[in-house]
Design a protein around this ligand. Sequence first.
Ligand SMILES: *[C@@H]1O[C@H](CO)[C@@H](O)[C@H](O)[C@H]1NC(C)=O
Ligand SMILES: *[C@@H]1O[C@H](CO)[C@@H](O)[C@H](O)[C@H]1NC(C)=O
Ligand SMILES: *[C@@H]1O[C@H](CO)[C@@H](O)[C@H](O)[C@H]1NC(C)=O
Ligand SMILES: *[C@@H]1O[C@H](CO)[C@@H](O)[C@H](O)[C@H]1NC(C)=O
Ligand SMILES: *[C@@H]1O[C@H](CO)[C@@H](O)[C@H](O)[C@H]1NC(C)=O
Ligand SMILES: *[C@@H]1O[C@H](CO)[C@@H](O)[C@H](O)[C@H]1NC(C)=O
Ligand SMILES: *[C@@H]1O[C@H](CO)[C@@H](O)[C@H](O)[C@H]1NC(C)=O
Ligand SMILES: *[C@@H]1O[C@H](CO)[C@@H](O)[C@H](O)[C@H]1NC(C)=O
Length: 856
Amino acid sequence: MPARTMRAVAVLLTAACAAVSAQIAWTPIFLDASSQVDLWTQSSSGCACPGGGEDCACCVRDGACPCGDVAPTRCSQCGLEQYCSNMCNITIDSRVLKNKSGKTFGQIKSPSIEGPGACSYVLQPDAGQRVEIQLYRLVSVGRFNGSRITEKTIRSQFLAFFSFTSLSNTQGVGFHPRGGSRIPHTDCDWLYQDVSCRGSGTCVLASPGYPGLYPPHRRCRYLFATNSVHTRVKIIFTSIMLPRNHCATDYLTLRAGSSPSASLLASLCSERIATLEQPGPNLLLEFNSGPLVPPYDYNGFIAKLEFLEKIDTSAPPPTVAAASPPLAALTHLTHGERNALAENDAAANEISTNKGGHIGCGATVRGYGAGGIRSGHFDTRTTAWRSQCVIHLVGIPTDVVQVSLFNYNIRLQSCRSHIEILEGLHEFGARGERGDRFERGDRALLRVCGPSVREARDPSGRFLFRQAVTSKGSNLTLLVRRATTQSVDEEEFVDGAFAFYDEQHEGTVSPDATCASTHYGLASPAHGGVSAPSHHHMFWNIEERLMCTHRFIPASNQSVTIEIQHLDRMWSAEQTGSVVTGAGGCRTACGDAGCECRAATPLQHHDHVALVAGDGTHLSCLCGDFQAAWLPVVVRSWTSLRLEYSVAHYTYASRGFDYAAAYSFNDDAMCGQRTYTTHSGEISSRNVSVTGSLNEFFYQQCTWVLDSNVERQLYIDISSEQDKSCSSWNITLHEWSGMGAHSDGGLAASAGDLLYTFCARQKNHTFTLPWRLNTVVIRLVALSRQQPLYTIRWRSQVVRANNRLGPPTPVPAASAKASRFDHMIINYLLLFLLCGFIASEYCCYKMTLFALGERF
Ligand SMILES: *[C@@H]1O[C@H](CO)[C@@H](O)[C@H](O)[C@H]1NC(C)=O
Ligand SMILES: *[C@@H]1O[C@H](CO)[C@@H](O)[C@H](O)[C@H]1NC(C)=O
Ligand SMILES: *[C@@H]1O[C@H](CO)[C@@H](O)[C@H](O)[C@H]1NC(C)=O
Ligand SMILES: *[C@@H]1O[C@H](CO)[C@@H](O)[C@H](O)[C@H]1NC(C)=O
Ligand SMILES: *[C@@H]1O[C@H](CO)[C@@H](O)[C@H](O)[C@H]1NC(C)=O
Ligand SMILES: *[C@@H]1O[C@H](CO)[C@@H](O)[C@H](O)[C@H]1NC(C)=O
Ligand SMILES: *[C@@H]1O[C@H](CO)[C@@H](O)[C@H](O)[C@H]1NC(C)=O
Ligand SMILES: *[C@@H]1O[C@H](CO)[C@@H](O)[C@H](O)[C@H]1NC(C)=O
């Protein structure tokens, strides 16, 4: 507890000097009567002496004890009697004092000393207490040059009151912050929200202990959070006094986001006053203090906070589409609707020119053409009042539209005021079709009935879970129906964000996820690119981890190649929050098994880009100190692959980092899921084109089923020329355990118990499977810098070489094998002759058994 101890006369002195301009409220100290000698002495004589005798001081009734022989005419606070004659170099412990005298306040009366000299006083508050000191007399203290007293003095003395006051006592000394709320479990952190700072002067903040000296080695954070997209935060520092030339330890910073790793907007140290103004949604002011610096002529800062509702013309796009497509193109609309749209266009253009591009009632937003916009914010308050407010969002045919609502206030009861988000484009007559409304309501993607209020954040400043919808088609209508006139005290409004997603290029949007899409090999273009999300407007109300995923699902005769081509420097959020982990950041290590993110703390605390297999295996991961020379990182995969873009602490102002990746779906049928019913055959790897990148990896998970409905003895030869470790790729043989649900949704053969493993080092190996194991699953798993090269050949022996009463064949010895094969060939020939007449495998099976003399 750094604040437990306050030390030294000098500290007391200068703290008081710095505060001259402010009127300090002082916790009143109890006095027994107005005519008493001092705080504890009622009168200097007239009472019995402790050791006998009648003419000693009379003490205050409560909490005072006689000084005894050293000063018979004085009393002191119980617990401090031993210092009656010399109150120098002492410690006053709040708990002890309370125990002995029943009081949490008292008086310090220094001895009269010859300078230069020093007496120190340590005041030790209990938990939950602060220390207040009031110096009311100071005599001949000499000159202090910052490190020592430079002047000889005589009879130097001071008198002071002190009080251990509860922290919850707001009547006491000094400044009290206004309008903010303490962030629980922190030393000195505060939250200020726009909703609690309406009106000037309602929100004031200051360094701890202001206007006194602030405690050393502190870090206090002041988070400013806005609920509206347009709100700007104005911080007016009316006084800043930090020690001179200590800017490395004593300073203020303002950051664009709620995290201490967010980008720096301003840094203050030597300024005396300052005014900063920045847009929301989150700003973090951080105050840092170093060691105490003599001559203690500083006292921190005090600032007023204002939240300004400002429509910012320099804000990032949106701009309303300037060049509209010819209205004639909108063939499905009736003449009336077209006129209505034309009017809306006019209105929209008016908005774009007059209101700084903010989208309000009557706007038609186009996601295409010159000046078309792909995402933006809307707010019904940016346009003149209309009881019926309609916003049209028109995309290209392959688009879907997402709308997220941030704040709204819908007042009229029984749904007379409401918000609806409707699929497609709708026009509404000025009178409003009441009958039609409910029918339409059923078709609404989202309907909010009045009375209803939503604020983007909860009282603790946390953004609420998003309220968003995704269209099925390319057009969306937002309708707000409200009272015919605007209420004076409470406007009915809605604000939020929208974005168009071109599913053809950006993948199929996951409606429930914040930022996820899927690219299907058969439906998406064969080549394309993905990059960091550009629909930032939608993420305005995210101030935590942002994870965006692109899932690539190749068809069974395809593979997918993903090439991370460009990557920006990434921030890591290790220092986030009040926890300083001390653990290093995230390191990227590229080796034979791909690039790996190595971090002491969970990966979600670090910005990263990862390529992840369907089963969650990280095939490649880049974070922290990756080097541009390692790019491109390429993964070619024969099963589904997920590109994960993760920003540890996203804020609208900081927006994470950029990357660019190219993908291509390749036609290559060598992997995927295949079933072979022939009794012999060969599967071999085929050369695929390589990019030649240093960090190219192959991820293959191929499953082949060798299936037969004839009882057989199966031999599988596997060979490879490669000298690779087993962990880079291997082929396993499994029993068959039926069809199971595949992670990509389809059915896939489930591999049962493992029978054998083939590693490339083995060069070639023949596996003899148990008799009657007619169906086996062969699985290739590879994660390797080189494409695995292999040949798998199989052959079946459908008759038993030994007589039919014998036991199943043990694994044959090499020589026995050859003769058995001769035997087998003869049997095969026989069978072929027989089966040639009957072109049915089933018959053939029966015939085989017949030929072997089995019962059937
Ligand atoms: C207070 O006094 C009592 C008895 O005099 C003692 O037992 C106790 O430990 C004291 N507490 C403190 C905090 O000094
Ligand atoms: C008080 O302590 C200071 C240094 O800590 C010392 O120089 C001084 O002599 C002490 N005074 C008395 C009266 O003990
Ligand atoms: C204070 O005075 C002492 C002795 O004269 C000197 O050594 C010291 O540097 C001075 N300190 C300052 C801050 O001027
Ligand atoms: C969306 O609106 C445009 C313009 O009105 C129209 O051409 C297009 O067919 C609409 N799309 C859908 C899916 O309704
Ligand atoms: C891949 O499979 C799909 C259907 O599964 C088929 O339409 C397509 O023609 C196949 N492509 C190749 C190259 O075999
Ligand atoms: C595959 O490619 C490698 C190197 O590109 C080459 O040496 C090898 O002969 C090729 N194999 C086949 C079967 O084309
Ligand atoms: C087989 O290869 C995969 C992928 O490289 C690897 O994860 C697995 O550990 C390997 N199995 C054995 C037994 O080495
Ligand atoms: C397997 O290895 C043996 C020698 O170890 C060799 O004679 C044989 O040709 C190899 N078979 C294949 C298919 O490579």
